[in-house]
Design a protein around this ligand. Structure first.
Ligand code: UDX
Length: 445
């Protein structure tokens, strides 16, 4: 099947490459000529493990191509995906749909035979109706259908998530559209992937509900971590103890510095706004948004308290090394990363920041000032008065801790991802702080 992917951002590029790998003929379209030039030359503008290989393999086979010309791409296409950005609108948190609507308007002008228009971008409930209205200005009703097909791709694991998803969600009431969608995803039938067919509005809401639920789960365990610290309990064991209950499940129960990234912050905010507009109280989601923002700020205070002995003057000119800047491992994405809230607060107290991240340093350099970026891991640690782990990259998980301690000036270790064991770190002589795992209280009775 000939498929057009409008937008070669993260979602469009991964989806386009994966559909091509399924055997479809995919043409990715983007307005940005620089991006298309890079892609045509075999360059990948984003960091995603396995994507470069997948793109070049499918380009070589002739199933994947890139262009800035939508008109030519749409000739003979059965399905056109809209995969453009829907950022949070500055000021009010609503999803900015201007790119989606502009793409719809342009697509509409090139429809010849029956074409399926599929929104992959995360769009608020009712957006499909608007897209339909825009396209109907240019085409007869029986020449097109608008379908919702949200993505559930995790950065760093996107190819696997696309090819082996837990489910595919498709929002349409039309049997004709359903049969095209089934043909598109046919390769997944072998794995017996559930395909949930539902109404377009329900499908649009499923995406927001999924991300908001996951954000809630993380925020829940983060607050439990605070309680653990106050009452002398261990949050990892609480997570295990509740996660073994199949109704709860153990995933997304890792306490940390707060969620970040391109989806959870934006989607929780957008869902809250949708609910407000519909006069429905989504108090849990609104609380999650607030709690997560507050958490990122509180993480800076946690570091300040751990290092300052209560006196701000102790912090001035302290050399602090940060390991991990991206919002999570295996990505160079800095969007809403906790490091962006934490680092400036430490700098405000006069601390000198050295940072190392395996992939995100050039992105981080655009957003942080006064940080010195180290070339290597151990180089970053040299002479440090404190070491702070913000992102749990694999290469930080098995550091030679004796070497780390020797390289540092003072043995302060603050592990915001709980990748080390408190007892072991204390035995090695570190002054170790982590999340929700306080030193055991001695029972004097
Ligand atoms: C997420 C969703 O998982 C995906 O389905 C959706 O389409 C896009 O948003 P992504 O943003 O790539 O994907 O990252 P994810 O792995 O879900 O992590 C999001 C954030 O939550 C990260 O900041 C991560 O560090 C944090 N997190 C995740 C925790 O703090 N604890 C956890 O247990 C899990």
């Amino acid at each position: 099947m000939r498929v057009v992917m409008v937008g070669t951002g993260y979602v469009g590029l991964v989806s386009g490459a994966c559909f091509a790998d399924f055997g479809h003929e995919v043409i990715c379209v983007d307005k940005d000529p620089k991006k298309i030039k890079t892609l045509k030359a075999g360059g990948i503008p984003i960091y995603e493990p396995g994507l470069a290989e997948l793109v070049s393999k499918n380009m070589a086979s002739g199933r994947l191509s890139f262009t800035t010309e939508l008109a030519g791409a749409m000739k003979g296409a059965a399905a056109v995906f809209i995969a453009v950005g829907t950022p949070s609108r500055r000021g009010d948190g609503y999803a900015d749909l201007s790119y989606v609507y502009a793409a719809s308007e342009e697509i509409a002008q090139h429809i010849e035979d029956f074409t399926l228009i599929i929104t992959k971008s995360t769009v608020p409930v009712g957006t499909g109706d608007e897209v339909e209205k825009i396209i109907a200005k240019y085409c007869a009703a029986n020449d097109f259908e608008v379908v919702s097909n949200p993505e559930f791709l995790r950065e760093g694991a996107a190819i696997n998530d696309f090819k082996r998803p837990d489910r595919v969600v498709v929002g349409t009431d039309s049997p004709k559209a359903e049969s095209v969608m089934r043909a598109l995803y046919r390769p997944l039938y072998l794995n017996e992937t559930p395909i949930v067919f539902t109404s377009r509005r329900t499908s649009e809401l499923i995406k927001y509900a999924a991300n908001s639920y996951l954000a809630t789960k993380i925020t829940f365990i983060n607050e439990m971590a605070d309680l653990c610290e106050a009452v002398g309990a261990n949050v990892q064991e609480v997570a295990k103890g509740i996660g073994l209950d199949k109704r709860i499940g153990g995933k997304f129960l890792h306490a940390g510095p707060g969620y970040g990234g391109s989806c959870f912050p934006k989607d929780t905010l957008a869902l809250s706004r949708t609910a407000e507009e519909a006069n429905v109280a989504l108090s849990i989601v609104s609380s999650v948004v607030e709690a997560n923002e507050a958490r990122k700020r509180r993480m800076a205070n946690k570091i300040i308290e751990a290092l300052g002995n209560g006196a701000d003057t102790d912090l001035v000119d302290k050399n602090v090394t940060i390991l991990g800047l991206a919002f999570k491992p295996n990505t160079d994405d800095m969007r809403d990363a906790p490091s962006l809230t934490i680092i400036p607060r430490l700098q405000d107290k006069g601390m000198k920041i050295t940072a190392y991240d395996p992939a995100a340093m050039s992105e981080a350099a655009k957003l942080l000032s006064g940080v010195s970026f180290a070339k290597g891991l151990y180089e970053a640690i040299e002479g440090a008065d404190a070491l702070i782990i913000i992102t749990e990259w694999d290469e930080f998980r098995a550091l030679d801790m004796s070497r780390v301690k020797e390289t540092m000036n003072a043995p302060f270790l603050i592990d915001l991802r709980n990748i080390y064991q408190p007892a072991q770190m204390r035995a090695l002589g570190f002054d170790y702080t982590s999340i929700g795992r306080p030193e055991p209280k001695v029972n004097k009775a």
